[in-house]
Design a protein around this ligand. Structure first.
Ligand code: NAG
Ligand code: NAG
Ligand code: NAG
Ligand code: NAG
Length: 826
């Protein structure tokens, strides 16, 4: 091996000096970060960065240390997050850095764990986050044009960017100050939408202004811009986002950086659950490092939860699980987590070869190649990849023959022995189950009606107009709900069809205080035409429309101009003969939000007169419900099952857990009927695969973080049910490991593990040649009695156990198949 000083000297010679190479902060533990065409150079050494995204507002401060530690234990050295502007500045110059928005506490936890951090300020972030993270009040500023060269936007963006940078500097969070932050990001995926913007000159000026403004902050670390392949300003690094980035070509003198490797996909109310197989995710990572990649981030490593209402983007579920290596609740998702952990260990052991070694490629065909990284001392590390969709191959490389399965990469840390193959999963599968919790059975419910009458009479609202305006400009996204009310006088009783053209997302129509109809949009276009039969009585009639949003749009060129609600209409009363009364320019009275929101019913203040007599109504729209419940014992994550409800918002002890919509049944997609990890993974163009939950409730279970609960005491759940549901079916559950399974080949270590103190209660299957069923329900095969005995002795009553698969386990004879399938119950 070369000595580290000679490596450092070599690195220094290659380093392209940027501003950031200068350690700009005084202090004892100042870390210098720069880069060259191979890697980030940290304190003179090229490093590989294995990073994972954890969005701090999508979990709780109490969860952060555990999530970060699990990421570190999983072999990562860096945590990456966006910064959530609308959460930090909910109203102009009113800031929130408390609770799950305590960004400094989050970065301190990363630092405490001894990890690096990547700060993605944006402040436009996309992120399936409400309005892409931009505060809706920006729309109220005169002459505001989002993400283009104009003073109002640039002033607000700079003010917020400076605020975050200065907070980080004050807390000594940048590497040059001894802190964890090694990279910072400005803007986000601008290159994807730039050509679709209305003013190309303005767009170019803006993106160059972004880079200059960022560099003027003197943060002492490089700035990155993701997906900015064209029109890349100087002094920023371009990075790649996607399911695969091995073919990404960085610009000259820049390292290959992958800011978002999508570990799965987000969920929408109408969609089944996306799953990206561990084999394919590992393949994409190994391919990236085989092809000179050096900075890689999992988006997401922990997805979490869209708590509250200004979090998830349009039609995004409250769960943002993402099929990430850590599940929504922070549990380890197996085999994904363990399979990647093994790969990270390989890559880390090969770090010097990957970033200093001479790279040599041998191609066998256009989809098969071996890559060798050789250091000056002669030692080398290799990858052999086979990118054919379904051809397993024997590859002869440097005199040895290796079996390389289709769509896989073999890792040979010494260029001789295959230590890892991305398609061979040696980690257990854990099936998580939602266990019923006895302490919350038979909840006693109380209720309060939402007050609708004022919005269906002459009461004045907050303002009046002779036109129909959408919700973002009128309410600045202070509530999901906006009332529109008008009146008209009819000479006689008459039947009509009430017609409303709205841009979404939901519409309730009331005539004279009675609900006349309800409709919601489909995910995507959002525009729909509401129609319902209505009767006008002789005399004065009130028409009240309640429009509701389900998260604001977060992506696309000029996404911020996409309206939500009734814009211009038309709103008409149509007669059977098709003649119509157009109400679009009648006098409309507006009121943002619900009465229950204005008096903060969710806080369950003592003056509220909740009732339970004679009985709590079910299937009654616009009802508030409340019940008390005990905290489930133990440490396991708590969820509330809302299957009996329809659509609304759920609060526990005054905390908004998010919107619920269990009446929304996920659609059917072909992807529910195929799952082969081989071949490119896609979540669009009808090429989805490995989906689950078609025709099932879009989201049934809602996370109740332990820190929201009173340990050992009573808690209050409050529901606002807007569409009519049955609260008596609500129950609380805990998330635990159910079955664990593993497929082992001779020589493998069979490791089984439960979680949170649970122990293995039974060994259910130890068979060869099992072909039927899934983990938790394996059937058939040839039962191995010796394996059953050995595993029972080693594992029963234990939290985890390891048994080596030797000939001994196989003594009963495997009849052809040598793959031993084990299933146990925690
Ligand atoms: C790279 O490969 C070429 C051709 O296969 C060979 O001549 C050369 O010696 C190799 N270099 C290293 C460092 O292995
Ligand atoms: C690869 O080699 C193994 C062992 O020699 C053999 O059993 C297998 O059929 C070969 N596979 C292919 C695709 O040639
Ligand atoms: C509905 O409203 C949208 C938004 O103003 C408008 O673009 C569209 O043309 C309207 N559709 C109909 C059928 O009136
Ligand atoms: C590199 C890569 O895979 N980029 C993809 C990112 O995602 C968009 C869709 O959101 C694709 O079109 C790109 O190809």
């Amino acid at each position: 091996m070369r000595t580290s000083t000679s490596i450092a000297r070599a690195a220094l010679a290659l380093t392209v000096l940027v501003l950031s190479a200068v350690c700009s902060f005084p202090g004892a533990s100042c870390t210098k970060v720069s880069y060259d065409d191979r890697a980030l150079v940290i304190d003179g050494e090229r490093r590989i960065i294995l990073s994972g995204s954890i969005h701090y507002p999508r979990s709780t401060p109490e969860m952060w240390p555990d999530l970060i530690q699990k990421a570190k234990d999983g072999g990562l050295n860096t945590i990456e997050t966006y910064v959530f502007w609308n959460g930090h500045e909910p109203r102009p110059r009113e800031y929130n850095f408390a609770g799950n928005y305590d960004i400094i506490r989050f970065f301190s936890e990363v630092q405490k764990a001894g990890m690096y951090a990547i700060l993605r300020i944006g402040p436009y972030i996309c992120g399936e986050w409400n309005y892409g993270g931009l505060p809706a009040w920006l729309r109220d500023i005169p002459d505001m044009q989002f993400r283009l060269h104009n003073q109002p936007f640039e002033r607000e963006m700079e003010t917020f960017t400076k605020l975050i940078v200065n907070k980080m500097k004050d807390a000594n969070m940048f590497a040059g100050q001894g802190g964890p932050i090694i990279l910072a990001q400005i803007e986000n995926e601008y290159g994807n939408i730039q050509s679709g913007l209305p003013d190309q000159q303005s767009a170019t000026k803006y993106i160059h202004w972004c880079a200059e403004m960022a560099n003027n902050q003197n943060v002492g670390v490089p700035w990155i811009m993701c997906q900015q392949s064209n029109d890349l300003p100087p002094n920023v690094l371009e990075t790649c986002n996607g399911f695969y980035c091995h073919n990404f070509k960085p610009k000259e003198n820049m390292p290959k950086i992958w800011t978002e490797n999508w570990t799965g996909w987000f969920k929408a109310w109408d969609k089944p659950d996306y799953h990206r197989p561990a084999e394919d995710l590992a393949y994409s990572v190994a391919m990236f490092f085989q092809n000179r990649g050096s900075v890689q981030n999992y988006y997401m490593y922990h997805g979490g939860t869209n708590f509250g209402r200004t979090t998830g983007g349009p039609y995004i579920t409250t769960s943002y699980d993402y099929d990430a290596p850590l599940d929504e609740y922070g549990n380890i998702r197996q085999p994904k987590y363990g399979h990647l952990k093994q790969l990270h260990a390989m890559l880390t052991s090969m770090e010097k070869h990957l970033v200093y070694g001479q790279q040599n490629e041998t191609s066998f065909d256009d989809k098969v190649k071996a890559t060798k990284y050789t250091l000056d001392d002669g030692s080398s590390a290799c990858f052999i990849s086979n990118s054919h969709d379904n051809e397993d191959l024997n590859v002869t490389f440097e005199g040895s023959t290796y079996q390389v399965p289709a769509w896989s990469v073999s890792v040979l840390p010494d260029c001789k022995t295959v230590a890892y193959n991305t398609a061979k999963v040696k980690t257990q599968t854990s099936v998580m189950v939602k266990k019923e919790s006895a302490v919350t059975q038979g909840l006693k419910w109380f209720w309060l009606p939402e007050l609708l009458k004022p919005f269906c009479t002459d009461r004045s609202g907050s303002f009046r107009r002779n036109e129909l305006l959408e919700q973002i400009v009128t309410g600045a996204d202070k509530s999901d709900y906006l009332w529109y009310k008008t009146s008209l006088t009819s000479g006689a009783e008459e039947e009509f069809t009430l017609y409303v053209n709205t841009t979404g997302h939901e519409l309730y129509a009331f005539v004279n205080g009675e609900l006349a109809g309800y409709q919601h949009s489909v995910n995507g276009p959002y525009i729909f035409q509401f129609q319902a039969p209505v009767t006008m009585r002789a005399g004065k009639n009130y028409i009240s429309l309640l429009s509701a949003t389900v998260g604001l749009k977060n992506y696309g060129a000029s996404f911020e101009l996409m309206p939500a609600g009734i814009v211009g209409g038309p709103v008409k009363l149509v007669r059977p003969d098709s003649s119509a009364i157009d109400l679009s320019h009648s006098t409309w009275t507006y009121e943002t939000g619900l009465y229950g929101e204005s008096i903060q019913i969710h806080l369950d203040k003592p003056n509220l007169e909740w009732s339970c007599h004679p009985a709590v109504p079910v299937n009654r729209p616009f009802s508030w419900y409340k019940a008390l419940f005990h905290t489930p014992d133990g440490e396991d994550a708590v969820v509330v099952d809302l299957a009996g409800l329809n659509k609304g918002v759920v609060y526990v002890n005054g905390r908004n857990l998010g919107r619920y919509w269990p009446s929304y049944i996920a659609g059917n997609m072909d992807g529910c009927h195929r799952c082969d990890y081989r071949g490119a993974y896609k979540t669009w163009d009808n090429q989805e695969k490995c989906l689950t939950g078609c025709h099932e409730i879009g989201q049934q279970f809602y996370h109740v973080p332990r820190s929201f609960l009173n340990a050992g005491g009573l808690n209050t759940i409050v529901l606002f049910e807007e569409a009519g549901g049955d609260p008596t079916k609500v129950n609380f559950r805990t998330v635990v490991v159910g079955s664990v399974c593993i497929n082992a080949e001779k020589g493998d270590a069979i490791t089984l593990a439960c979680a949170n103190g649970g122990t293995i209660s039974s060994i259910d299957v130890t068979s060869f040649g099992v072909a039927k069923g899934q983990c938790g329900a394996y059937e058939g095969g040839y039962e191995s009695k010796p394996a059953m005995e050995v595993l029972s002795a080693a594992c029963l009553g234990k939290e985890s156990c390891t048994v080596h698969y030797t000939d001994e386990l196989d003594s009963a004879g495997s009849e052809g198949s040598s793959v031993l399938t084990v299933q146990a119950t925690c």
